[in-house]
Design a protein. Structure first.
Length: 193
């Protein structure tokens, strides 16, 4: 996506949490590193969301860190959704060589990015989206899902324990069209999680 993200604090928080989780797993820890301050993890979950934020077992935590987002949707599958691709899948790698995000660019300039995180982050991501009042729940996708505006597009966040799949969609400014694209990509990606 081009331009600054609409929620830079959310992006920074998500990246910090992802790096802390990865660092904890790399050090052999069976749980993510604790936050350094209470403001890093706002507690805005409701009782209905409590089930979605249950801690996965140590095996599930490790498993979610091993998912390469570029293995979830092939270039041909993505092209069937957004049209001919200019590039992709192209991984964005972290310091340890892990795939943090997978990017696809359509020939028309539209962009789709996928990232997989630990489901433990669902409460934070959903809480921030709810606090911003920009998110719309998306029933029938994963265990829970919502769509929110971000930068020059939308992000479809999907819970499928022990994973949180993020699909950034900068293909269409039309919310309904972006949601259709996100659902089509999710339909291809979720069975591989």
């Amino acid at each position: 996506m081009s331009g600054p993200p609409r929620h830079p604090a959310l992006l920074g928080l998500a990246l910090t949490l992802a790096l802390l989780t990865a660092a904890g797993c790399a050090a052999g820890s069976s749980s993510p590193a604790p936050p350094t301050s209470a403001t890093e993890i706002p507690d805005q979950s409701t009782p209905a969301e409590a089930d979605a934020t249950e801690a996965p077992s140590a095996g599930e935590d490790t498993q979610s860190q091993q998912v390469d987002a570029c293995t979830l949707v092939t270039a041909d599958e993505m092209a069937s959704v957004v049209g001919k691709l200019k590039s992709g899948p192209v991984p964005l790698k972290g310091p340890a060589g892990e795939v943090l995000m997978c990017n696809y660019v359509a020939e028309n300039g539209g962009k789709i990015s996928l990232n997989v995180e630990n489901a433990l982050q669902w409460g934070v991501v959903k809480g921030v989206a709810d606090a911003n009042k920009d998110a719309d729940d998306v029933p029938g996708v994963g265990e829970a899902a919502f769509l929110e505006p971000s930068g020059d597009g939308y992000i479809l966040s999907i819970l499928k324990k022990p994973h949180l799949l993020g699909i950034a969609i900068a293909v269409s400014s039309d919310k309904s069209h972006a949601l259709d694209i996100g659902k089509a990509v999710a339909q291809k990606a979720l069975p591989r999680l």
